[in-house]
Design a protein around this ligand. Structure first.
Ligand SMILES: [Zn+2]
Length: 184
């Protein structure tokens, strides 16, 4: 998602968004992120499994059938379901918007209401967007991707050219194309 790990040789240059600072003998390791973290856990050995037990399967590894089963048992809208780390771990706001736009699925659809074709498109979109984003270290602003236009005032869909719909939920902006992401 966001954030970066930085090395600094001294305590100089700390910033308000440095959420974690590890002071070491020869400098500092800082985790800097505009977002506030839910928390930080120090784990050793077997603790790692216990901490990760709070999370659903990793989005990078999840299979099409597993994702489908999880969504079919879920109440409520699709987008918050995909962003719920207890359901699937690793998907944030930007990623989910990009995946749903590439898969041409309305984020407000009921999670359990997807057709076979939509489940297939969703999983393909997830694989594609994640593999590229992991390689590049962010959701890239590639030509033809939603992320390349979403920050603009007059954001238009890279696929059909119509105006994107922007909605504000819980302090986060959601972008979707009301034409390409219509229910079937
Ligand atoms: Zn469109």
């Amino acid at each position: 998602m966001t954030g970066e790990v930085l090395w600094a040789p001294s305590a100089e240059g700390r910033q308000p968004h440095d959420r974690v600072v590890l002071v070491l003998d020869r400098g500092e390791l800082r985790y800097r992120d505009q977002r506030k973290l839910q928390g930080i856990w120090v784990a050793r050995g077997d603790d790692v499994g216990r901490i990760q037990g709070r999370q659903g399967p990793d989005a990078l590894d999840i299979g099409a059938a597993e994702l489908r089963d999880l969504l079919c048992r879920r109440r409520g809208e699709l987008k918050p379901a995909l962003m719920d780390q207890a359901l699937v771990a690793g998907l944030g706001n930007l990623l989910v918007d990009e995946i749903l736009w590439q898969a041409r699925i309305d984020p407000r659809r009921a999670a359990a209401s997807l057709t076979d074709a939509e489940h297939a498109r969703l999983h393909r979109g997830l694989r594609r967007v994640l593999s590229v984003s992991v390689r590049e270290g962010c959701v890239p602003q590639r030509p033809g991707w939603l992320t390349s236009v979403r920050a603009r005032d007059d954001a238009a869909c890279p696929r059909c050219g119509r105006s994107l719909e922007r909605r504000q939920t819980g302090g986060r902006s959601s972008y979707a194309c009301p034409h390409c992401q219509r229910p079937p």
